[in-house]
Ligand binder design. Structure first.
Ligand code: AGP
Length: 610
């Protein structure tokens, strides 16, 4: 998500702040800014949309500032604008903050503070933090920062400056990474070691629920309950290049492993298992009656986003009893589609810039249909032109192959199906609660599936020299077969086809022999026995089967050459977990084949041309 750095020193810190931001650029961002306290002058704040380099022009303004904070923003709430960029100031000018994470209860807090006459200037969740601290201070709190932090819900890595305590930098950690760097007579704080590695390898990792107060004499750490905590220093042995990848060899593997956290960020403030509800604020303008009376519902996208749409079709049909059509955007835009008043188009796009998807959205709107987006990049063209929709909050996805973006797209569609199923009166409160509770557990199941990476690498070694492969799935896992095949194609350059398993006998079975590996998604659901029959058909023709099966399903294992077990989840949510082994299989096959995994040949992260 965002990158943050703070410095307190006996020298000007402006250049160190900007240098730190430049070492955080790899994380992906849309705007950047800094604040320093100049001797006796109060804050100097400079922030811009776009590259960190734009802030170089303001370095002279930072002269004299020996304490400061800086930020690269990956927008979650509020589009990328100069006003929404960090740092944010309290409106009495006393506090400056930078934030990494998502404040789930920002809307409630903002409403409360506005009732007290607090005037907000941005559309962000983060500004609430600055205003709340100032509010606590005005109310006489002995420790306004701690009082404010106790009222925040969600994830927050914070760096805070207080004009009335100009020799103190405060760091707060809850659910977002934060560390303190120990320099020569100076100290640093950052969301990521890459920001400060040029100055120190001695760091203290503070834990969730802790506040650190940093001065030139050192730092004290306390819990939110004000209990003192002591952490032993650690030494960072990584080089910057590997830090950017979180210690993983490729961004793609880092992003596969980040999926549990990406999902939790996607659910934050929206999935309410206790109430058995989902609240997707971004689609509030879609009137309840419009959804109840919805005519055609068309989902469109390209590549992996299209596969997410196919999973969405099963979810919305099953849970919201909606008739859904899923169209390739590149096809929809050139047809003469029957789309008009009373219909809804959902455009799915991680980048929010895919030309075909944007064109399909414009075409649907031109014909009178309502449109909404499911995007990852806040303020992207598709998100802006759709006007309403849901951000997936997957965080920056650097690898060209879509992984956490896909999983959060599917999770968003699952939340949408629950919300609309309840609204349309076709999903009971009991079932919605059960589904929401199961959905909330999916990140843990994904983490468990990610733990199979070494097993999957061993399997990949047995098949990495193949030229072809088949991927089979049934029902809601048919799109996962397509997605698994796409991953193998795009990063391992192995020709692979996804098929509904029952379609084998209508042609593809002619391809089966000992040279054709077949990946079969065979997890527990009502058609699992049919899948087992398909596996028998393949084995009878000497085909080699790599099965994805539910833990404990030995019958599948006995009939497959290799089996990858995944945790048992409700079949309707199984695509979220079943895709993980397929992502890892493609990743390891590509690594074994020496492919350029993060930047595969001929591909771009966002296809903004036709
Ligand atoms: C999938 O791994 C690819 N990165 C590609 O198919 C991608 O999903 C497609 O180009 C759509 O991109 P978007 O989600 O940014 O619109």
């Amino acid at each position: 998500m965002c990158g943050i750095i703070g410095v307190i020193a006996r020298r000007d810190v402006g250049a160190t702040l900007l240098e730190g931001l430049k070492n955080l650029e790899y994380r992906g961002y849309d705007s950047a800014g800094f604040a320093v306290i100049r001797d006796g002058d109060g804050f100097v704040v400079r922030k811009e949309v776009g590259r960190v380099g734009q802030l170089d022009q303001y370095l002279p303004d930072a002269a004299g500032g020996k304490i400061g904070i800086a930020h690269t923003r990956w927008a979650t709430h509020g589009p990328p604008t100069q006003i929404n960029a960090h740092p944010h100031l309290s409106n009495d000018g006393r506090f400056a903050i930078v934030h990494n994470g998502i404040i789930e209860n920002y809307a409630v807090l903002r409403e409360l503070l506005e009732k007290y006459g607090v005037r907000f200037v941005s559309q962000t969740d983060s500004e609430v933090v600055a205003q709340l601290i100032a509010h606590e201070a005005r109310n006489g709190a002995a420790d306004p920062i701690r009082e404010a932090v106790l009222r925040l819900e969600g994830t927050f890595g914070l760096l805070i400056l207080d004009r009335e305590n100009p020799n103190r930098l405060v760091a707060v950690r809850q659910g977002s990474p934060l560390l303190i760097g120990i320099g020569e007579g100076e100290y640093y704080a950052a969301s990521d070691a890459a920001a400060i590695l040029a100055h120190t390898r001695q760091v203290i990792y503070i834990d969730d629920g802790e506040i650190a107060e940093i001065t030139l004499d050192g730092f004290q750490t306390h819990t939110f309950a004000n209990e003192p905590v002591v952490h032993a220093p650690s030494r960072i042995d990584w080089e910057i290049e590997s830090i950017e990848k979180g210690g993983y060899p490729h961004f793609m593997l880092k992003e596969i492993m980040e999926q549990p956290q990406a999902l939790r960020n996607c659910f934050a403030g929206r999935l309410r298992p206790v109430e058995g509800t989902v609240r997707l604020g971004g689609i509030a303008p879609l009137e309840d009656d419009f959804i109840r009376r919805l005519g055609r519902l068309v989902i469109t996208g390209c590549g992996t986003a299209w596969h997410a749409g196919l999973v969405g079709e099963y979810l919305l049909e099953e849970l919201a009893r909606l008739s859904v059509e899923v169209e390739y955007a590149s096809e929809l835009r050139y047809r003469n589609p029957i789309l008009g008043y009373g219909d809804l188009l959902i455009a799915i796009s991680q980048s929010g810039e895919t030309a075909d998807t944007l064109a399909a959205l414009r075409e649907a709107r031109l014909r009178g249909a309502r449109v909404m987006g499911i995007c990852n990049v806040v303020g992207s063209t598709i998100a802006r032109e759709a006007g309403i929709g849901v951000y997936t909050h997957a965080g920056p996805e650097i690898g060209v192959a879509s992984t956490k973006a896909f999983v959060t797209q599917v999770a968003t569609l699952a939340m949408l199906a629950i919300q609309w199923g309840r609204l349309r009166g076709v999903l009971s409160h009991v079932d919605a609660t059960r589904l929401a509770e199961s959905l909330e557990q999916i990140p843990n199941h994904i983490a468990h599936a990610c733990g199979q990476s070494d097993t999957i690498r061993a399997i990949a070694e047995a098949y990495a020299d193949t030229s072809n492969a088949l991927y089979l799935g049934r029902g809601i896992n048919f799109p996962i077969a397509l997605e698994g095949a796409l991953k193998l194609k795009e990063i391992a350059y192995i020709h692979a086809e996804g098929y509904p398993a029952a379609e084998m006998k209508h042609g593809p079975i002619a391809l089966i022999d000992e040279r054709m590996p077949v990946v079969v998604i065979a997890t527990e659901d009502k058609i699992r026995d049919k899948i087992l029959s398909n596996i028998h058909e393949i084995r009878a023709r000497k085909g080699r089967v790599v099965a994805v099966a539910t833990e404990g399903d030995t019958a599948i294992a006995e009939n497959a050459s290799h089996v990858i077990y995944v945790p048992r989840v409700p079949p309707i949510l199984s695509p979220l977990v079943n895709v993980i082994p397929l992502q890892l299989l493609a990743y390891h096959a590509a690594a074994i084949r020496g492919c350029e995994i993060d930047k595969p040949r001929n591909l771009a992260k966002s296809v903004t041309v036709e």
